[in-house]
Design a protein around this ligand. Structure first.
Ligand code: CA2
Length: 145
């Protein structure tokens, strides 16, 4: 199993640290990438963090991961709650899938309570802030042992 982990991020997450700090905190996606790379190196893994506002781009990256990665950590943003297409793509990926949400989606509006991605995910983190990504990476380290 490949030791490469894809960290995929959906729409608007490029704004992390730049807007709505009361919900999503002050760390940027670059900070997340740096934290995850540190943890991954400690565990003998490598990682690549990607973000897109386009559903099709995320699907293409999941297909690419089929050839390259042993695991995917994914925060699909609002596509979490709408995208059967992302679920289908993840179902065609043989490695491990961990779903991350910065906020506790269960404490928010009811439309955020359902996740298509959770039907495929091997684990789900919600409400741990951006720390959730590094925690998911630690879990990925166990799964890829
Ligand atoms: O809590 C999460 O990580 C979410 O996946 C974030 C999504 C939201 O639609 C999900 O229900 C839960 C929204 C991402 C928007 O990210 C922003 C970050 C900073 C400023 C504005 C938006």
């Amino acid at each position: 199993m490949s030791k490469l982990v894809y960290i995929l991020n959906g729409p608007n997450l490029n704004l992390l640290g730049k807007r709505q700090p009361e919900i999503y905190g002050r760390a940027t996606l670059d900070d997340v990438a740096a934290d995850c790379a540190t943890v991954a190196a400690e565990l003998g893994l490598t990682c690549e963090l990607k973000q897109s506002n386009w559903e099709g781009q995320i699907i293409d990256w999941i297909h690419e991961a089929r050839e390259r990665a042993g695991g995917i950590i994914i925060n699909p943003g609002a596509f979490t709650h709408t995208s059967v297409a992302i679920l289908d793509a993840l179902n065609a990926f043989d490695g491990f899938v961990l779903e991350v949400h910065i906020s506790n989606v269960h404490k928010r509006e009811s439309f955020r309570h359902h996740s298509y991605v959770s039907m495929r995910a091997d684990g789900v983190m919600a409400g741990f802030g951006v720390q959730g990504y590094a925690l998911a990476m630690r879990r990925m380290g166990e799964l890829l042992k």
